[in-house]
Design a protein around this ligand. Structure first.
Ligand code: NAD
Length: 244
């Protein structure tokens, strides 16, 4: 159960939800884990917390450099920080498109750029991106969010091809609706939160939301040497909703 012994990992958006569960799971499996987040104040030992905004290149460079220096190297990058957006193309203006794509897509690009020189030095290098079923599901009222995750899916495949010969694997997970503080905020904002939760649960054939720990388990698999022959894949964690 110590498949991450000696490995060093960085998790973006690791102060909450899926990122938090992933950071805790990797640490429990023996990794040294750094969390990069807008607000890392809730991050406790043994996790190391670093403040950064993935939409700011300088902030990402500095936080990744500090984390890698403290960890003494880097084997695993979990690109997980992301934000939501609701509506059709008529509801979100250009500024909102730029803001969400900047975090959800370029955020992963910036973190990868900062991490790649260090990952090249690792014998077990892996990048795992948190994508979403929204990348391919054609969900209503999610035009911008879906486009951002579609880009994450394509980016994952392209990066896998670019870096496979350097010994760096790149995969992503596609969660269905996961029970995280993010979804909690969405439900709180609904006119009837209980009915909205029931509707989200009914959408997944398992009849329940995915847990953050279940997404973390899939990320941990793709980050670990156990998946050493797997690169350029998307692993669905969606209660049977869609698969890919
Ligand atoms: P969450 O809101 O609980 O956690 C997201 C974390 O990311 C927070 O700690 C937040 O501070 C951090 N973050 C946000 N913007 C950031 C920025 N600019 N720089 C640095 N950190 C930033 O959300 P979650 O549900 O755990 O979502 C995590 C990822 O999972 C996202 O990429 C999301 O798109 C994806 N996802 C979530 C679901 C779901 O149903 N919850 C489903 C599919 C995919």
């Amino acid at each position: 159960t110590h498949d991450f012994a000696g490995l060093k990992a960085l998790v973006t958006g690791g102060a909450s939800g899926i990122g938090r569960a992933t950071a805790e799971l990797l640490a429990a499996r023996g990794a040294q884990v750094a969390v990069l987040d807008l607000d890392p104040s809730s991050v406790d030992k043994p996790l190391l917390g670093y403040q950064a905004d993935v939409s700011d290149a300088t902030s990402v460079r500095q936080a990744v450099a500090a984390a890698v220096a403290d960890l003494g190297g880097l084997d695993v990058l979990v690109n997980n920080a992301g934000i939501g957006a609701q509506g059709t193309v008529e509801d979100n203006d250009d500024a909102e498109w730029h803001r969400v794509l900047d975090v959800n897509v370029l955020g992963m690009v910036r973190t990868a750029r900062a991490a790649l020189p260090h990952l090249r030095e690792s014998a077990h290098a892996a990048i795992v991106n948190t994508c979403s079923i929204a990348a391919t599901a054609g969900l209503p009222q999610r035009a911008l969010y879906s486009a951002s995750k579609g880009a994450v899916l394509s980016l994952t495949l392209a990066m896998a091809a670019d870096h496979v010969r350097e010994g760096i694997r790149v995969n992503c997970v596609n969660p269905g609706t996961a029970d995280t503080p993010w979804v909690g905020r969405l439900l709180d904002a609904a006119a009837d939160p209980a009915a909205e939760r029931a509707a989200l649960e009914a959408r997944q054939p398992t009849g329940r939301l995915v847990s953050a720990a279940e997404v973390a388990g899939a990320i941990a698999y793709l980050a670990s040497p156990l998946s050493g022959a797997t690169t350029g894949t998307a692993l669905a964690v969606d209660g049977g909703m869609q698969g890919l």
